[in-house]
Design a protein around this ligand. Structure first.
Ligand code: NI
Ligand code: MN
Length: 227
């Protein structure tokens, strides 16, 4: 079993098992790294599900528009579910850290993250990471977070095949802490995220060098096969 992972820059991804497509934090409009490719644009991306880590604009992104257009189910915090429902999104699956929700294509588990989550002063629940199981693979997208030692436990429990780890510093871990995070999680592959996008973030992932973990710096728009 295999999936393809397509990075859209920043923290945004599309996972595809050949039948189902799941987006994570689909921030496309206003994302300078988002690829201008058919099928990956905010107005033509087709997905069955959208997973959101938290409510900041660089993660919530185009989720409401995409969900309204495609009918995709959005997996998110209770508070984001309330916001999206007000915005006319029909299908949501609210949850909170520690919980797992089964889907017809796999499941989504929410983990804790050390960060914040609001939009225009409106509280949007606890920030989280998500573990997404699809096509026989599991990926752990850490969301925006600082380092925490339970990442080791989450790695043991969910056994992710790849981890998406923020390295851009300032609002999340930088390379040094992200290195420790990747080692704690112990997934065979680590994908650096949340860097390069804006001037306030680190412009490269230099120093992100976990021992025993292969770092895959993905080019936005180029699918990577996780087999
Ligand atoms: Ni954030
Ligand atoms: Mn962010």
């Amino acid at each position: 079993m295999a999936i393809t992972i397509t990075y859209l820059g920043h923290s945004a991804f599309v996972l595809d098992d050949g039948t189902h497509r799941v987006a994570i934090d689909p921030f496309i409009t206003g994302n300078p790294l988002a690829p201008d490719k058919p099928g990956l644009r905010a107005n033509d991306l087709k997905v069955n599900a959208i997973c959101l880590t938290h409510g900041h604009a660089d993660h919530l992104g185009d989720a409401a528009d995409i969900a309204r257009r495609t009918g995709a189910t959005v997996y998110c915090s209770w508070e984001i579910h309330e916001l999206l429902t007000e915005q006319g999104v029909k299908h949501t699956e609210p949850g909170n850290a520690g919980g797992r929700i089964d889907a017809r294509w796999g499941w989504v588990a929410f983990t804790q993250a050390f960060h914040s989550s609001s939009v225009n002063g409106r509280y949007l629940g606890q920030p989280m990471g998500v573990v997404v199981r699809l096509g026989g693979k599991a990926v752990y997208h850490c969301g925006d977070t600082g380092l925490f030692s339970d990442m080791k436990l989450l790695g043991e429990i969910y056994k992710p095949d790849a981890a998406m780890i923020p390295v851009g510093d300032r609002f999340t871990m930088g390379p040094e802490l992200a290195t420790r995070a990747a080692e704690l999680i112990g997934a065979p592959f680590a994908i650096p995220i949340h860097y390069k996008t804006f001037g306030l973030l680190r412009q490269d992932c230099k120093g992100f060098a976990p021992k025993g973990v292969a770092v895959r710096e993905l080019v936005p728009g180029e699918p990577w096969r996780l087999g």
